[in-house]
Every structure is written in structure tokens, then in C-alpha cells.
Design a binder for this molecule. Structure first.
Ligand SMILES: [Fe+2]
Ligand SMILES: [Fe+2]
Length: 371
């Protein structure tokens, strides 16, 4: 039962979307906002402010978008009613207005709204504002986790800030810092906190961090199923954390592109492996096993991968497992332009990748998720 839940609920990158309440008297405005945010959050829209308040007290949404144009209660009274909700249950408040010289927005900001947006705003402005507020509250929520999961998450977030700087100015990322992230991560997995970590990552807006942390968590889990030593599991987890670091140098438009990539965009994307090798690994004390995961995670056993087209006998078991976990993680990640594939569907699709990935290790990984 517990193991089945691991795949169907916990491992999914999109289960448990943050709930957002939307109060706006105008139907076209509600439709626009639902369209803009619907793939990323669970939006519950209201025309009636009283109904919204009744729902809010029960549902405890993460955030509420309150427009100036609401009825029957005025936007100001609705705001005051939301502010009377106890702080630990009160949603983040974002206020919007289509009025040219709105007095509501400055007042709302002064009373405690976290953000205000004057209409018309673009989808990107809305998504950015909401994502950063939700991310702040997710990171604050990590304080409630146990010592090991909390350390793994917060230290890895710091590591990613350091790697982003390292890619732009060439600063070396010391391996000791990577180990300081991986040691609590592996301990947390040993203590059965895998789902806790995966859930704590949901709805966080730093995709590079989320993908890598999910991959590292699942690699540490898979490593125990493979019967690896503690040292090897640390290498696998470190490889998971660092494997896509080079993507921080790839243009966001390419990373988030909806639809097929052009030949040039593919080249840019594939460069993430070389960038990591040339910048992050230069003069670095990162051990060979981790380097191999970074440099070979897009190789495939039949030689069809990149950058070198290595074949099965040239690819070691740690890299083979890293390959499987990376593919699974990427498929089950939530992206702004598509919903996550379910864990079951991802595993099924991977069973058809005959010849490209290690089927024995895939079965092992499947067993650890499905029980
Ligand atoms: Fe990659
Ligand atoms: Fe990846």
C-alpha cells in the first residue's frame, strides 16, 4: 500500500498543486486568469465575495487573488475579512484592479497584501509574481520538516545559487559543499523521508533546482535498491544534483519552449553537458564517478546518445541508473507548458526504450517505486 502510493501520489511532480482562490466579478477576467494559471495551480474562481470567504475559511488556499471589482461585499471589506483569518491559516493576498487610478491597490499594499497588479498585465507578469510568492512560502514551510530533509533542501538551494554564479564568473564549486547536501539527503532517504522531500519540492519555481533535487532523491533511493555502498550512493546523489547544472547556461526560451526544437536549439540544449564539463568541472575536486554522471547521462546503450555516442560496455552501472532516473524524473516533472506524465505512464513508456537503457536496472527502479 505504502509502496504503491510512492509511485502514484508521492513521486508525481504535479500532484498536490497549490490551491489559489480567485475573486473577480467579471467572467472574462476570471477566465483569463484561469487560463494563465490553470496548468500550474488549482484555481477556484468566485464571482461572489461572500461565497469566496466561506470557501476560504474551510479550504485554506495557499494564495488568493482579490480584484477591486467584487460583489456583494466591497473589495476593501473582503480584504479586511481575509486579514481577520488567523495568520497561520491566512492565504497570501494578491490584489488586482482594472481601474485607471485605483486607490484600492495602494491601500491593499499598505494593509498587508503581498503583491498588487494593475490590469492589463501579461501572463508572464502574473505567473512570475504568483510563482515567487508561492516559492517563498514553500521555502518557509521547510522549517517544519525534520533536520535531515530540511538541511538537504536548504543546502542544495544554496549550492544551486553557487553553481549559477560559478557558471557566470568561473568560480569553482567545492565538492565539500556538494557533499554537505548529499549526506543529509542520503540519511533522510534511509530514514524513510523520500516522499517528504519530493512533496516539499512541489510548486517551487526554480525548475533547475527542482529537477536536480528530485533526480538526486530518486537516485539515492535507487542506489539502496542496487545494494550500493554508502559512498557509491553519495556519488549517485551528487551526480543527480549536478548532472544538469550546465542547463543554467542554456537560454530559458529553449528550456521552456513549447513544441519541437529547431536544429540550432537542439545544439544549444545539448551543450549543457559540455558547459558543465568545461566550466564546473575544470580544476575541480569533483570525483570521477560524479563527473561520469554529469558527462554521460545523455548517452544511450545503443550508441544513439550524446555527446560521445558511447555504447553499453563503455557505460558503468552508476551512470546507467542515473540515465534511467533522469529520464523518469524529466517525464514526471511539472513544466509550465505541459502537465507532468504520471509515474506509471513514464515507467510504461520507458519499457519501450529497448536497447537504449538497462532493462534490468529499470525493473529494479520500477520495483522500488511500485513495491
Ligand atoms: Fe541533461
Ligand atoms: Fe536531467
Amino acid at each position: 500500500m505504502r509502496a504503491t502510493a510512492l509511485a502514484s501520489e508521492g513521486v508525481s511532480g504535479s500532484g498536490g498543486l497549490s490551491v489559489i482562490g480567485l475573486i473577480d466579478a467579471r467572467a472574462p477576467h476570471r477566465a483569463n486568469i484561469k487560463h494563465a494559471l490553470g496548468a500550474l495551480y488549482d484555481i477556484v474562481a468566485f464571482e461572489d465575495s461572500n461565497e469566496a470567504l466561506t470557501w476560504m475559511r474551510k479550504a485554506e488556499p495557499a494564495l488568493v487573488i482579490l480584484d477591486e471589482d467584487v460583489k456583494p461585499m466591497s473589495s476593501q471589506s473582503t480584504l479586511e475579512a481575509i486579514l481577520r483569518i488567523p495568520t497561520d491559516k491566512r492565504p497570501i493576498i494578491v490584489c488586482t484592479s482594472a481601474e485607471a487610478n485605483s486607490t484600492f491597490l495602494p491601500m491593499a499594499k499598505q494593509r498587508g497584501a503581498s503583491a498588487t497588479l494593475a490590469k492589463p498585465f501579461t501572463r508572464v507578469q502574473l505567473v512570475d509574481a504568483i510563482a515567487s510568492l508561492i516559492t517563498d512560502s514553500i521555502e518557509k514551510g521547510w522549517n517544519k520538516l525534520g533536520e535531515q530533509p530540511r538541511q538537504a533542501l536548504t543546502r542544495t538551494l544554496d549550492l544551486f545559487a553557487g553553481m549559477a554564479t560559478g557558471l557566470s564568473d568561473g568560480t569553482r564549486v567545492p565538492y565539500a559543499q556538494v557533499q554537505e547536501c548529499c549526506a543529509p539527503l542520503v540519511s533522510a532517504i534511509d530514514d524513510g523521508c523520500c516522499l517528504e522531500i519530493l512533496k516539499a519540492l512541489r510548486n517551487h519555481d526554480n525548475y533547475s533546482f527542482v529537477h536536480s533535487m528530485r533526480a538526486a532523491t530518486l537516485m539515492a533511493l535507487a542506489g539502496s535498491a542496487m545494494g550500493l555502498t554508502q559512498e557509491e550512493r553519495l556519488v549517485l546523489a551528487a551526480g543527480g544534483l549536478m548532472h544538469d547544472a550546465g542547463k543554467m547556461a542554456v537560454p530559458v526560451d529553449v528550456l521552456n519552449k513549447v513544441g519541437p526544437l529547431t536544429e540550432h536549439e537542439w545544439k544549444l540544449l545539448r551543450l549543457h553537458v559540455d558547459v558543465a564539463g568545461q566550466v564546473l568541472l575544470r580544476d575541480s575536486d569533483i570525483p570521477k564517478g560524479v563527473r561520469m554522471i554529469i558527462e554521460q547521462h545523455h548517452e544511450r546503450l545503443d550508441g544513439s546518445g550524446y555527446p560521445k555516442g558511447l555504447k553499453s560496455e563503455e557505460i558503468n552501472p552508476l551512470v546507467r541508473m542515473a540515465m534511467i532516473v533522469d529520464i523518469f524524473t524529466a517525464m514526471t516533472d511539472r513544466r509550465p507548458y505541459r502537465p507532468a506524465v504520471t509515474p506509471e505512464a513514464a515507467l510504461k513508456a520507458m519499457q519501450d526504450m529497448t536497447g537504449k537503457i538497462d532493462t534490468g536496472l529499470l525493473m529494479l527502479f520500477r520495483d522500488v517505486l511500485l513495491g
